[in-house]
Write a protein that binds this ligand. Structure first.
Ligand code: ZN
Length: 260
C-alpha cells in the first residue's frame, strides 16, 4: 500500500516548536527534507493540482481555490495509477479536492464538511484509519485541513496554530500505526504561511516539510537535492511500481531509496 498524507499549511519549523513527536519519529524512520519548495501561488488548490499532476500552475492554469478545467490537461497520479490497474481512494475534508481527478478514476472517495473546531480533522481521521485498516486500496490519499484553518484563525506559529499541529501529529501517529508494515508513505504540506495568510513567494509560505518512509527508503536520511512538490507524484508512482507520466516535470528522488 502507498499512502500520501497531506497536512495543509504545516510549516517545517512547527515540527519542533509544537513538539511533533510523530513527525520527528517518521524523519528518523525514513528520508526527509525540511526545505522542500511549494509553487506559486502558494495556495491550496493550485498546490494540490501541481502535486497530483507534477506541473507548475503556469502549466495547469489553476491559480486560485476556485476550480477551472486545466489549461492544457495531462494525466495525474490517480489516472496513471488507474491505467496501471491500481485502486485509489481519497479521504479528505476540503471539498474542492474533488476536482483533482477526472470522473471514474477513484474507486473510493470520502468527504464530509468538518466543524470549525479543534476536532475539525477527527471524523475524517477516523474514516482514514478505517480505510487503511481495511487494506482494500493500492493508494490512499489522506488530507488533514485543520492546521491551515488554525493558521488563518490564530496566525502561523501562534499558540493556537501550534496546538493544532500537535493534535494532528497525535492523529498521524494513530494513522501510521494502522498502516501495514510494507506501506510506503509520503507526508508533506502544500505550503506554509505567515501572519494569518499564505499565497506569496516569501520563504515562510514556500518552505514545506517533505518526509518519505517505507521498506525501500533509507532510514534517518536527509535528502540533499532540492525537492519541490512537483516531485511528489513521480515518487508516489515509483512507490506503486509504475512509471511517471512523460509530461510530469518532477522527478524521483533516487538518492533516498535503498537501491540508490
Ligand atoms: Zn493549503
Amino acid at each position: 500500500m502507498v499512502v500520501f498524507v497531506m497536512i495543509d499549511g504545516l510549516r517545517p519549523d512547527a515540527i519542533d516548536a509544537a513538539n511533533c513527536t510523530t513527525l520527528r519519529a517518521l524523519m528518523s524512520r525514513g528520508a526527509s527534507t525540511m526545505t522542500a519548495q511549494s509553487v506559486m501561488p502558494s495556495v491550496t488548490l493550485p498546490c494540490h493540482t501541481s502535486i497530483f499532476h507534477s506541473v507548475p500552475p503556469s502549466r495547469h492554469g489553476i491559480t486560485t481555490n476556485y476550480y477551472i478545467p486545466m489549461a492544457r490537461p495531462l494525466p495525474g497520479l490517480v489516472e496513471v495509477a488507474r491505467t496501471a490497474g491500481k485502486k485509489s481512494a481519497f479521504v479528505h475534508n476540503w471539498e474542492p479536492l474533488r476536482d483533482l481527478n477526472r470522473p471514474e478514476q477513484l474507486v473510493y472517495s470520502w468527504y464530509h464538511e468538518p466543524p470549525l473546531a479543534p476536532n475539525y480533522d477527527d471524523e475524517m481521521h477516523a474514516e482514514a484509519v478505517r480505510v487503511i485498516t481495511n487494506r482494500r486500496y493500492d493508494f490512499v490519499f489522506v488530507y488533514y485541513g485543520s492546521v491551515d484553518t488554525a493558521g488563518h484563525a490564530y496566525g502561523w506559529m501562534e499558540p493556537g496554530y501550534l496546538q493544532q499541529c500537535k493534535h494532528v501529529d497525535t492523529l498521524l501517529g494513530q494513522l501510521v500505526a494502522a498502516m501495514p508494515a510494507d506501506t510506503h508513505c509520503i507526508v508533506q504540506a502544500d505550503h506554509g504561511g505567515h501572519d494569518r495568510n499564505h499565497g506569496t513567494d516569501c520563504a515562510e509560505d514556500m518552505t514545506i516539510p517533505w518526509i518519505a518512509f517505507g521498506p525501500k527508503i533509507k532510514p534517518n536520511y536527509t535528502v540533499t537535492r532540492r525537492v519541490s512538490l512537483l516531485d511528489t507524484a513521480p515518487n508516489l508512482a515509483h512507490m506503486l511500481g509504475i512509471a511517471p507520466h512523460e509530461e510530469w516535470e518532477g522527478s524521483v528522488v533516487t538518492e533516498m531509496y535503498m537501491d540508490a
